[in-house]
Design a protein around this ligand. Structure first.
Ligand code: BES
Ligand code: ZN
Length: 944
């Protein structure tokens, strides 16, 4: 509710006087003529000159022009009407808080008149990851360090490259000219129009002046002009000046000219993108029923890149790993990622580029839609991958987790400080956004949805829109087709999902006598005790029961926002007393469901039978996810959850298996550094043993589609769970590493993350740290590193503080004791200055850690007992054990044991000890050879 209130206030503010962080809107741009001269040379410190002529239209008479400029040196602006200067500029200054540049004139600009504002500027292009920045790589042929200039303007960095009206609603056309050394190639959003050897900036920056900085003859330079663009937002503008090469896509795959660019050494990895790009573009033209409006599409792999990719219109930029794919080296997951990223950015060419959000508070719509649309296109281009189902599951599971925290936020967030924009490029915008769009396609039907999207795109082409505009189009078509109940609008339904944080848990209680049930709703929270709010949702109920699994799916029902909240909502169904009934069998919406114990039992029985596929695939996923989550929060006992999960022994499909293991991973996370880990491992070994055998042991076969992921996932679990064979291999690899001279010195990854020129690129610093945190041994090392070197890490993340939050989140996810959390809170106090930009993430992290700690206190003993019960073959007391040989081990983390630590494995080998099980204890003498924080003990139980 608090959020709802803030949304309303923010909207009111927007409608009245523009807030101080917004442009006043009395002068708007219609066209930019933007000219540059770049010198890509470290010897001249990458200096550049620029001039921008902005055609302005005056909406309201004013003697001030306010636009954005950040970190650029500005020379005197000139204002003209036609060809002659019309006003005198009396002053210009930049306010650093919001990067607003105010130009004051001697008299007012006339309302409805057009003027041209010319601003010359200059500076040095920096090594960064936003604005126009320098990226580097080493050419493998020449071994020479090469440089390129590239851009990243979303969300608010166009203002770092040229003075402009840098808010998405100020759409304008662009004519761009780029002067550069002849050895380089420049590309931009539009095709090259011509290339000349005359300085295009001569009127403001005569060559004589440029030459003083560049120290090169004019004859070395060319000025490339690009065709005038369509009307677009500043954040979508792009150019790249490089020595890259390109491959042209096969012309039969699309009507649009498609090129894939990369540094010359990587050009042989562009083949997959060069067919996937045009195939996806052509598919989107059909799906949106609108042609792609530009004459070309370039896609380029940039060595230094902040995010995964950026949808600049006609020139999509990518991180290398998200565009390049090497048949021989890359994995299936790399290929899937490349296809997904390409499809996502191409979806934006319509949804985002052609029609753009008015303000960043609707970012979720942009990103959520592209995330959803990508799955549709990938499903078309690679039909064997089941991308639609696997993305739906991935997104849904992520959201069900994240959005159960009190510190989560609504998808639709009021943004009243532009500095906060980068914070909302998060899982809530992407994954919850995508989940909600998918939900709409399901309750409206594909035809209604696509018709309405087409109407929306046509109506707001080259313009901006808000989410209410989309709801209106969707409602209009829905009403024509009669797909919504009564007078309900899409807005009524969607507002409950987009303006409120979280999602509901439905409690279903069946009456077994009269084939009816009651259902209630309430917000679901991980810290269950605190769920007192009365928020409610319009919940689409897709319900299926045992007798209905053979035919067409039953019609959708609704639980209205005013139903099931203060009173129970009742309806009838078709299940007999011994037949199961399942909610959300197609995972239509993010919600959890709890049933009465008997229905849980019926569902478990169904899953454990040979006919378990009668429970639909996504239904099995939903059940596993719900059972583990509800048990975690004490809404369900672990007996029920583990009993249900035990059916996984014969599950052959990847998605339920993955979901079950993910549920177990939450338990693993809190047990992995405890003596109870062995019991956990034994339980999982029983679940995955068969499928591990079936997939032929450690994954060696090539993975070519989603189904083959079974073997890869199982392999990684099998080793962790100490399935025989898997571990021997791992030990061998470990030994090989230990046998190298000074092995610790060969593992300096953490150090490299903060060392300039180490080979770990800035963009890869976060994944390196995060992966070390996640490993049981690395956790201690990484925690220490973060606590003591935060200043260096902070400096490395400069400009991308979102990453600081991600790092802290991963660290706190590992916490299982109050002592760890207290230590963190104390550290946070002292290091607050490094965390100011990641408050939201840090709060979420603390809440998550608290959830873990509470869980341990409450549930550890019961769960471990249950794990033992479900994995131990029952035998009569007193009879000798006659099981198969099994391999079991526990890892004990021993804290603060002194500076001297044990050498693992080797120590054991030399002091091989046979333990008498009946004695219940054993003493092992060890010899400390190399410092370590862990003493792994392998207990191998042999059959007598
Ligand atoms: N518009 C974003 C790129 C972006 C992200 C700009 C954050 C500014 C800040 C782009 O469309 C995007 O969403 N990229 C994703 C990849 C996508 C496949 C989910 C990314 O960069 O992670
Ligand atoms: Zn996107």
């Amino acid at each position: 509710m608090r959020w709802l209130h803030t949304v309303a206030v923010a909207c009111l503010l927007h409608a009245a006087a523009p807030a101080e962080y917004l442009l006043p809107g009395d002068v708007v741009p219609s066209h930019y003529h933007l000219k540059y001269a770049f010198d890509i040379d470290p010897a001249t410190n990458f200096s550049y000159f620029g001039v921008v002529d902005i055609s302005l239209n005056v909406k309201k008479a004013t003697s001030k022009i306010v636009l954005h400029a950040n970190d650029i040196l500005i020379a005197d602006p000139i204002i003209r009407s036609g060809d002659t200067p019309s006003h005198k500029v009396t002053g210009y200054k930049v306010n650093d808080t919001y990067s607003l540049m105010t130009i004051t004139l001697d008299q007012e600009l006339q309302q409805d008149e057009n003027y041209t504002l010319t601003i010359p500027f200059y500076g040095n292009i920096k090594h960064g990851l936003d604005g126009a920045y320098i990226s580097t790589y080493v050419d493998q042929m020449t071994k020479k360090k090469e440089y390129l200039i590239t851009t990243q303007f979303e969300a608010i960095s166009a203002r770092k490259a040229f003075p402009c009206f840098d808010e998405p609603m100020y759409k304008a056309t662009y004519s761009i000219v780029i002067g550069h050394h002849k050895d380089y190639t420049a590309i931009s959003n539009m095709p090259l129009e011509n290339s000349v050897s005359e300085n295009a900036l001569e009127d403001h920056w005569p060559w004589s002046q440029i030459e003083k900085k560049f120290k090169k003859p004019k004859s070395d330079f060319v000025w490339d002009s690009y065709e005038k663009s369509v009307a677009m937002s500043t954040y979508l503008l792009a150019f790249v000046v490089s020595k890259f090469s390109f491959v042209q896509s096969p012309s039969d795959l699309s009507n649009t000219k498609f090129r894939i660019w990369a540094r010359p050494d990587a050009l042989d990895q562009t083949a997959y993108a060069s067919t996937t790009g045009p195939k996806a573009l052509t598919y989107f033209e059909q799906w949106f029923n609108l042609s792609y409006p530009l004459p070309k599409q370039d896609m380029i792999a940039i060595p230094d890149f902040a995010s995964g990719a950026m949808e600049n219109w006609g020139l999509i930029t990518y991180r290398e790993k998200d565009l390049l794919y090497d048949e021989k080296q890359s994995s299936f997951l790399n290929k899937e990622r490349v296809a997904t990223v390409i499809a996502h950015e191409l979806a934006h060419q319509w949804f985002g580029n052609l029609v753009t959000m008015k303000w960043w508070s609707d970012l979720w719509l942009n990103e959520g839609f592209a995330t959803f649309a990508a799955t549709v296109a990938v499903n078309h281009v690679e039909p064997t991958w089941n991308a639609d189902k696997s993305s739906a599951v991935n997104d849904m599971l992520l959201i069900l987790n994240l959005d159960s925290l009190e510190s989560s936020h609504p998808v639709s967030v009021p943004i009243d400080d532009p500095k906060r924009i980068s914070e909302i490029f998060d899982d809530i915008s992407y994954q919850k956004g995508s989940t909600l769009i998918r939900m709409m396609t399901m309750f409206l039907g594909d035809e209604v949805f696509r018709k309405a999207i087409n109407n929306y795109l046509r109506k707001y082409s080259y313009d901006n829109a808000e989410q209410d505009d989309l709801w209106r189009e969707l409602t209009a078509v829905s009403k024509k087709y009669g797909v919504l109940p009564g007078n309900v609008t899409v807005k009524d339904i969607m507002d409950t999902w987009t303006t409120q944080t979280g999602y509901p848990i439905l409690t279903v209680t069946r009456d077994y006598e009269d084939k009816s049930l009651t259902v209630s709703q309430r917000r679901y929270l991980s810290l269950a005790a605190r769920s007192t709010s009365l928020t409610s949702w319009w919940v689409p109920l897709s319900v299926v029961c045992e007798p209905e699994t053979r035919g067409a799916p039953p019609a959708l029902r609704w639980l209205a926002a005013n139903q099931g909240l203060t009173s129970l909502h009742r309806f009838e169904h078709g299940a007999e007393r011994d037949q199961w009934l399942l909610f959300n069998h197609d995972m239509i919406a993010p919600y959890r469901v709890n049933y009465d114990p008997r229905n849980w039992q019926l569902l478990s029985n169904a899953l454990k039978s040979n006919d378990y596929t009668r429970v639909p695939l996504l239904g099995r996923v939903q059940l596993l996810s719900d059972a583990f989550a509800l048990a975690w929060t004490n809404h369900l006992d672990y007996s029920t959850a583990l009993n249900l999960a035990s059916y996984l022994q014969h599950e052959t499909e990847y998605l339920p298996l993955y979901t079950g293991l993910r549920g177990l991973m939450q338990i693993e996370n809190v047990l992995k550094r405890s003596p109870d880990y062995g019991a956990f491992q034994k339980f999982v070994r029983k679940l995955i043993g068969e499928i591990y055998e079936r997939s032929g042991g450690l994954a060696t076969k090539k993975i070519i589609n989603g189904h083959d992921l079974n073997s890869a996932t199982i392999s990684s679990w099998a080793c962790r769970m100490k399935v025989p064979g898997c571990e021997e291999n791992a030990i061998q690899l470990y030994k090989q590493w230990m046998d190298t001279e000074k092995p610790d010195e060969n593992n300096p990854y953490l150090e490299w993350t903060v060392t300039e020129g180490s080979g770990v690129r800035k963009q890869d610093v976060l994944p390196v740290i995060v992966n070390i945190i996640r490993s049981p041994v690395g956790y201690y090392v990484a925690k220490d590193f973060i606590y003591t070197r935060v200043d260096e890490i902070y400096n490395t993340f400069k400009g991308q503080y979102r990453r600081m939050g991600e790092m802290i989140k991963t660290l706190l996810q590992q916490f299982t004791t109050q002592r760890e959390l207290d230590e963190f809170l104390e550290w946070r106090e002292k290091n607050a200055q490094y965390l100011v930009d990641s408050k939201l993430a840090v709060n979420q992290a603390i809440e998550n850690a608290q959830v873990n700690i509470n869980w341990i206190t409450k549930n550890r003993k019961t769960v471990v007992d249950k794990l033992r019960e479900f994995s131990t073959p029952r035998r009569q007391p007193g009879t000798p054990w006659k099981g198969q040989p099994s391999f079991m081990s526990s890892i004990f983390a021993i804290h603060n044991i002194s500076r001297a630590r044990l050498r693992p494995f080797e120590a054991l080998k030399r002091n091989r000890t046979h333990i008498n099980l009946s004695a219940h204890s054993a003493a092992i003498s060890c010899n400390v050879q190399i410092s370590t924080a862990l003493i792994p003990l392998y207990l191998h139980f042999m059959r007598n």
